[in-house]
Design a protein around this ligand. Structure first.
Ligand code: ATR
Length: 284
């Protein structure tokens, strides 16, 4: 649409940013809701990230999303963080307030849980133990979201065990912390009695070997999800579907994490629909 001079503007900061699906996603909503607004890719090199974040207010941006590799680097440029960003230690959404102050939020965990809730009717984190594979940046948001959503037990396994130990320690959930770190070599057995299996490792992503885990001990009712969405159906999700476990791909996490930012910047609570999903996928 043709913008007026009052158009609301937001964008996504990344380096590189050309692979980001966010402009297509937010662009679809802007068009669908007929909003006088724009959402643009912002290619920000690492040494320019602090200046770029501060410039959001100067330029009159409503805010921005933040993607790889800037999610932690933007923090010193922000005036405050919401509880999720503080606990996850990373920001994916920035809001410029009326007074020019900058707030960092993290909606990745929200996106993760909403994807499962909306894909599988009646899904609840509290239903049983969760197994989370991987302890990188993506695992952090998943762990916080699952703990906050009431998962009674979270079994965390990472190839490098120390990294999982460190992550569990940093979550700061004290004695009531549901996270238990197990050895990577124990991953097949760790699936016993699980209600949810989440892959946050890079295994199964295009160009990487498949995730090496035997699903035999996993109950048939357990939900299996991968936060990777390239390919949409990872070998893990295919193996899960073949044994009739419910399986949810990672694209929905991307779509749902975008909702709070869009609403804050453009004043409309957007819906995730099958049509939107198709449109974002067609973007390659
Ligand atoms: P991100 O921050 O985006 O999640 P990352 O920090 O590179 O990405 O994390 C990648 C995850 O995939 C890590 O948990 C990594 O395990 P290590 O901490 O041991 O590196 C995991 N990973 C990568 N290659 C793996 C492999 N061949 N087998 C098992 N896990 C692997």
């Amino acid at each position: 649409m043709i913008l007026s001079a009052k158009a609301r503007v937001a964008g996504v900061m990344g380096w590189p940013v050309a692979h980001s699906r966010s402009p297509r996603l937010h662009g679809w909503w802007l068009k669908h809701y007929g909003i006088d607004g724009a959402y643009v890719p912002l290619a920000v090199p690492p040494d320019g990230v602090i200046d770029a974040v501060r410039a959001l207010a100067t330029l009159g941006f409503r805010g921005a999303n933040v993607t790889v590799p800037h999610k932690e680097a933007v923090i010193p440029a922000l005036d405050r963080l919401d509880a999720a960003a503080r606990r996850i230690g990373a920001v994916n959404t920035i809001l410029v307030h009326e007074d020019g102050t900058l707030e960092g939020r993290n909606t990745d965990g929200f996106g993760f849980v909403e994807n499962l809730r909306t894909s599988v009717s009646g899904w609840k984190a509290a239903a049983g133990p969760a197994v989370v594979l991987g302890a990188g940046g993506a695992a952090r948001a998943v762990l916080v979201a699952l703990a906050d959503a009431g998962a009674p037990e979270i079994r965390l396994l990472n190839r490098t065990r120390e990294r999982a130990e460190r992550l569990a320690g940093e979550l700061g959930c004290g004695l009531s912390c549901p996270v238990r770190v197990l050895d990577w070599s124990a991953r097949a057995g760790a699936l016993e009695g699980a209600a949810l299996l989440v892959n946050t490792t890079t295994q199964g992503m295009a160009g990487h070997p498949p995730l090496d885990v035997a699903l035999d001990a996993l109950p048939r009712t357990a939900l299996v999800t991968d936060i990777v969405y390239t390919p949409l159906e990872t070998p893990l999700l295919r193996a899960a579907a073949a044994r009739r476990n419910p399986a949810v791909d990672g694209l929905g996490m991307l779509l749902h994490q975008a909702r709070p930012g869009f609403e804050a910047w453009f004043g409309r609570a957007p819906k995730v629909t099958a049509e939107l999903r198709r449109f974002v996928l067609e973007g390659g």
